[in-house]
Design a protein. Structure first.
Lengths: 111, 118
């Protein structure tokens, strides 16, 4: 059974810092991995999608990497801003064709 | 990107009544839709998978008679919480995967429905 874990569970950083969020999964047989952002009380906003054959994806200040063999993905946020404050979720699509979500990282960027 | 509309965004209902939540894919056809539930400060837990024209597949521990799912068309799936109780209060989110293409295509998510049962 696929299990997805995110570390840290919560993170508080001053504005301008570069930061890394981690996602690990137990079954490396995945089709893709997706990173989402969720603001309090809101739905999900897709940030980056990495196919299993890809190593990384970039969008603006965000860079996501995937090491499928070791069951890890990282989300790198450059020059963090208060507007980046949210919960970040990773989700993997595996053999069951269902997205399994991680436990989430609550990020707070202080002005 | 593709748009998934979920309605209503918030609903308050009395204990014992039923509530229906709609999930629509606005600009694409979705053969498969998923329903998730999220408790406060927790991650999303998959409740069920619905394929157009067939019965939904429920995850272990989810009561199919309580959470009725209908996927009657390629653009609409509904989740009905029957005889709702306060413990059913939660955030419900749907997602839809486009028809055609490969199974590993991106899934698109609705904005969620906050259900409060009083």
């Amino acid at each position: 059974k696929q299990e997805v874990t995110q570390i840290p569970a919560a993170l508080s950083v001053p504005e301008g810092e570069n930061l890394v969020l981690n996602c690990s999964f137990t079954d490396s047989a995945i089709y893709n991995l997706q990173w989402f952002r969720q603001d309090p009380g809101k739905g999900l906003t897709s940030l980056l999608l990495i196919q299993s054959s890809q190593r990384e994806q970039t969008s603006g200040r965000l860079n996501a990497s995937l090491d499928k063999s070791s069951g890890r993905s990282t989300l790198y946020i450059a020059a963090s801003q208060p507007g980046d404050s949210a919960t970040y979720l990773c989700a993997v699509l595996g053999g069951t064709y269902k997205y399994i979500f991680g436990t989430g990282t609550r990020l707070k960027v202080l002005a | 990107g593709a748009v998934v509309s979920q309605h209503p965004s918030r609903v308050i209902c009395k204990s014992g009544t039923s509530v229906k939540i709609e999930c629509r894919s606005l600009d694409f056809q979705a053969t498969t839709m998923f329903w998730y539930r999220q408790f406060p400060k927790q991650s999303l837990m998959l409740m069920a998978t619905s394929n157009e024209g067939s019965k939904a597949t429920y995850e272990q521990g989810v009561e199919k008679d309580k959470f009725l799912i209908n996927h009657a068309s390629l653009t609409l799936s509904t989740l009905t919480v029957t005889s709702a109780h306060p413990e059913d209060s939660s955030f419900y989110i749907c997602s839809a995967r486009a028809a055609g293409g490969f199974m590993n295509t991106e899934a698109f998510f609705g904005q969620g429905t906050r259900l409060t049962v009083v």
